[in-house]
Design a protein around this ligand. Structure first.
Ligand SMILES: NC(=O)c1ccc[n+]([C@@H]2O[C@H](COP(=O)([O-])OP(=O)(O)OC[C@H]3O[C@@H](n4cnc5c(N)ncnc54)[C@H](OP(=O)(O)O)[C@@H]3O)[C@@H](O)[C@H]2O)c1
Length: 281
């Protein structure tokens, strides 16, 4: 048996969730999954979605106590599932299994594939094989598997179903020192385009369909930028440019970006343009 196909389940749902879950399920009829919700853009987006009345399920290895406190304080519906997206089969199956236990009467269901990993910049051979594998799995394989599980489990739901993949300008152009990240984002972009075509086929057949967008969010002041700036100039020719983004105040805050991303997710014409950039919106 292939051991990688049956890792032990490591998904830990947050215990306080059920207390607020019922309230929000009555208050708002939008369910939103957000991967990478423990910090950075994902955490800020989870907060924005909660404020907008969504029931939010965040997925990350860690959890955000601040987000939990915010949800409790305002009676918002939040679950934080702790799972490692570098083992994406486990969490993808869990998402599908969990959705199949739901009544399916949401008016809208969203999946935001936001989690991403950029290893310390350098050529591929300077990074361990485990790190390269993990970065690709979190950035691309998890996006594919969770999207597939989401679409399958909600296939017959009448809900407005949307998948928003958080991409990057580096999916659309290459940069030295970040090959695995560029590969994951380019894969995410073309995955999104191909999935959107499949949904178009369903729409043409009069069947329920989902909308898919791969959105570049701009440059944001998060841990990921700190990792990029931490690269050595010798192995990462663009290092000074990234340092300047920070020192010259060019990085957007996670909160501002999250507001723009939620606004994009809520657009009536969401999905008409599959590859998008929040800065053009
Ligand atoms: N920051 C930027 O300038 C920028 C620019 C363009 C695109 N983006 C994209 O925007 C998205 C969010 O980036 P960010 O800047 O907010 O990144 P970040 O601050 O590094 O946060 C990454 C998130 O992904 C989660 N994650 C990483 N590895 C994981 C794993 N193995 N399993 C589960 N979750 C994992 C982290 O949670 P845990 O560590 O708790 O697991 C964290 O919540 C990413 O897709 C990124 O590529 C960012």
């Amino acid at each position: 048996m292939d051991a990688t196909l049956s890792p032990p389940s490591t998904i830990t749902p947050s215990s306080p969730a059920s207390a607020t879950e019922a309230q929000a399920s009555a208050a708002g009829r939008t369910l939103t999954f957000i991967t990478g919700s423990s910090r950075g853009l994902g955490e800020a987006l989870a907060r924005e979605c909660l404020q907008a009345g969504h029931q939010v399920i965040g997925i990350a290895r860690g959890r955000s106590d601040a987000l939990e406190a915010f949800a409790r304080q305002h009676g918002h519906a939040l679950q934080q599932w702790q799972a490692d997206l570098s083992e994406p089969l486990v969490i993808a199956r869990h998402v599908g299994d969990w959705l199949r236990t739901q009544p399916g009467d949401w008016s809208a269901v969203n999946l935001v594939n936001n989690a991403g990993v950029i290893p310390t910049p350098g050529p591929v051979e300077a990074t361990s094989l485990e790190t390269l594998s993990g970065a690709l799995r979190v950035g691309l394989e998890a996006t594919l598997l969770i999207s597939a599980a989401f679409l399958d489990a909600t296939l017959a739901w009448p809900a407005d179903r949307r998948i928003l993949n958080i991409s990057s300008g580096l999916g659309r152009r290459a940069m030295a020192g970040s090959a695995v990240y560029c590969a994951a984002k380019a894969g995410m972009d073309n995955l999104s385009r191909a999935m959107a075509l499949d949904e178009e086929v369903k729409a043409g057949q009069g069947r329920p369909f989902a909308r898919v967008v791969s959105l570049a969010p701009g440059i944001i002041d998060t841990d990921m930028q700190a990792t990029i700036r931490g690269g050595s100039a010798e192995q990462f020719p663009d290092r000074d440019r990234f340092v300047a983004f920070k020192t010259e105040g060019q990085l957007a805050s996670a909160e501002d970006t999250a507001r723009k991303v939620l606004s994009y997710l809520s657009r009536k014409d969401f999905g008409q343009q599959v590859l998008a950039d929040v800065r053009d919106a």
